[in-house]
Design a binder for this molecule. Structure first.
Ligand code: EPZ
Length: 418
C-alpha cells in the first residue's frame, strides 16, 4: 500500500495538461469488443482502471498494445465470453462489457463489477434494459448469464438516468436488428463521447446528451482512430486545489462547458476564472469564502465526482457550507479522514454541514475511494505541517502522474512506495 507524503502551504502556479476522460475511455474500451478491426485510442493516460479494462479485453482473446501514449486494441481474435470475478471485481466498468460481449458473441457470462466503495451500486437497470430488448438474463453464483439470441431493437425507459446502464444499452443496441430508443438516459458528456466513438466506427446513434437516444442497428462496426474529451473531474480537482491553496493555474485541454456548475460555485468563493478556447485560467488568493451549498445531481447538475474535493474546499472556506449527496448513499467516508486534520464537519438529517477554518493540520490519513483520496491530497496541500495519505492505489484509478503534475505547479508532494 503506497502513500503520498505532502507538506502543505505552497501556492500553486503554472500549467496543467488535462488528460483524456477516464469515464469516456472505460466504456469506449468495452465498445472495442464489438469490432473485428483495429482501434487506435490516442493520448491514453495509464489510469489503473484503463489497465484493468485492457486485462479484461486480453482475457477475452483481444490484443492490446501501447505505442507510446497511444493504445491499439484489436478484438478480431475474440474467442471468450466469460469475465471472471478476479478481473470483473477490480472495476465498475467491467459491467460495461456485458452489452458488447452479448452483441458480438450472442451470449455472455460476466461476474459482478467492483468499483469505488461509495454505495451498493446495483446493476438492475443494466439488466432490465437487456431484458427489455429480448435478452434472457439469469443471475446466479455471483455471475450474470445472458443469452442474446432473440434480441431486437425496442423502446426502453430507464427508471433512473444511470450512466453505465445508458452506455451498456447503447452499445448492445448498435449491432442488433431494428431501432432502439432509450428514454430518460444519462446526459453526461461521456455519453456524447461514446456516441461519437460509435458513429466513428460506422454505428448509427443520435440524441446523446438529450432526453432520448436513438440507435439504429448496423451489421458491423469498423475500426477507427479516436481521442476522447478531456477529463472534467481532473479539471475540477485542480481548480479546487487552486481555490484552496491560492495561485494561478492555466489548465490546458480543459472545457468550460463541461464544468459550468463548478465554475459558478468557485466564483462565489472569490476565485477569478476565465476560459479561452480549450484553456481555463483560474486565480485565487487562497482565502476562499464559502460557496454556500452544493447538491449533487445527474448532469448537468453538480457532479458527485467532485463532492469530496468540495468538502475539502469547504473545510478551509470562511463560513458554513452545506453538501447534499444525492447519487451515492455512502459517499461521505472521506469526512472521517478530514476530521483527523482538524476539519469541522458534521451531519444532520443526511446533510453535511462544514464550518470552514483558517487552519487545518497535517495528519496520517487513508484514501477511502478514488475521489475521497483526491480530497485528502487537496487538504494536505493546504494543511499546516505534513500529511501522509495511504492507499493511494485508489487515487491511481483515475489520476495519472498526479504527483508529477502537482510538483510541476509548486506542490511539495512525493510518492512513498511500500
Ligand atoms: C459512473 O458510475 C461513473 N463511473 C462514476 O464515476 C460516477 O460517479 C457515476 O457514473 C455518476 O455520474 C464510470 O463511468 C466508470 P450510475 P455508474 O449508474 O455508471 C444507481 C469516478 O469517481 N444505479 O449513473 O456506476 C446507483 O446506485 C466514478 O470516476 C442503480 O440503482 O453510475 C447510483 O445511486 C465513481 N441501478 C446511481 O444510480 C443500476 O443498475 C448513479 O449510478 C445502476 C445505477
Amino acid at each position: 500500500m503506497s502513500s503520498f507524503y505532502v507538506v502543505g502551504g505552497n501556492k500553486l502556479n503554472g500549467d496543467v495538461n488535462i488528460d483524456c476522460a477516464k469515464n469516456s475511455l472505460l466504456p469506449i474500451l468495452a465498445c472495442c469488443i464489438m469490432t473485428e478491426d483495429e482501434v487506435i485510442l490516442k493520448d491514453v493516460p495509464k489510469y489503473s482502471d484503463v489497465i484493468a479494462m485492457c486485462n479484461i479485453i486480453q482475457h477475452l482473446g483481444g490484443k492490446v498494445e501501447w505505442q507510446e501514449q497511444n493504445l491499439i486494441i484489436n478484438c478480431k481474435s475474440l474467442d471468450n465470453c466469460d469475465v471472471p470475478n478476479e478481473l470483473a471485481s477490480l472495476v465498475r466498468s467491467s459491467i460495461f462489457t456485458l452489452g458488447p460481449i452479448l452483441a458480438r458473441m450472442k451470449k455472455a457470462k460476466v461476474s459482478y463489477p467492483g468499483g469505488c466503495d461509495i454505495g451498493l451500486r446495483p446493476i438492475d437497470i443494466h439488466i432490465s434494459g437487456i431484458k427489455n430488448l429480448g435478452g434472457k438474463v439469469v443471475e446466479k453464483n455471483g455471475y450474470i448469464y445472458a443469452d442474446g439470441l432473440n434480441i431486437n431493437g425496442g423502446n426502453i425507459m430507464l427508471s433512473f438516468p444511470s450512466v453505465g446502464a445508458t452506455e451498456n444499452i447503447m452499445m448492445l443496441a448498435c449491432l442488433i436488428n431494428g431501432e432502439t430508443r432509450i428514454s430518460n438516459p444519462a446526459r453526461e458528456p461521456e455519453i456524447v463521447d461514446l456516441q461519437n466513438f460509435i458513429n466513428c466506427c460506422g454505428g448509427s446513434v443520435q440524441g446523446a446528451g438529450t432526453n432520448e437516444i436513438i440507435i439504429k442497428g448496423v451489421k458491423h462496426l469498423h475500426g477507427c482512430c479516436y481521442k476522447t474529451i478531456p477529463d472534467r473531474i481532473e479539471t475540477g480537482t485542480f481548480m479546487i486545489a487552486c481555490a484552496m491553496c491560492g495561485g494561478r493555474l492555466v489548465l490546458k485541454n480543459a472545457l468550460e462547458e463541461h464544468n459550468q456548475e463548478l465554475i459558478t460555485k468557485l466564483k462565489k468563493t472569490t476565485c477569478k476564472i476565465e476560459a479561452l478556447n480549450d484553456k481555463i485560467i483560474i486565480e485565487s488568493e487562497g482565502k476562499p469564502i464559502s460557496f454556500g451549498e452544493i447538491e449533487t445531481a445527474v448532469y448537468p447538475g453538480f457532479p458527485t465526482d467532485l463532492q469530496a474535493q468540495m468538502m475539502a474546499l469547504a473545510s478551509v472556506s470562511e463560513g458554513y457550507s452545506l453538501i447534499l449527496e444525492n447519487l451515492f448513499e455512502a459517499r461521505f467516508k472521506h469526512a472521517g479522514e478530514l476530521l483527523k486534520m482538524g476539519c469541522d464537519i458534521r451531519f444532520k438529517n443526511g446533510v453535511c454541514i462544514v464550518h470552514g477554518k483558517e487552519k487545518i493540520y497535517g495528519a496520517d490519513v487513508v484514501s477511502t475511494d478514488l475521489r475521497g483520496g483526491a480530497s485528502l491530497v487537496l487538504a494536505g496541500l493546504r494543511a499546516e505541517g505534513y500529511t501522509t495519505i495511504g492507499n493511494i492505489e485508489l487515487i491511481d484509478r483515475g489520476y495519472y502522474k498526479f504527483e508529477e503534475k502537482l510538483i510541476n505547479i509548486g506542490a511539495d508532494i512525493k510518492r512513498i512506495l511500500k
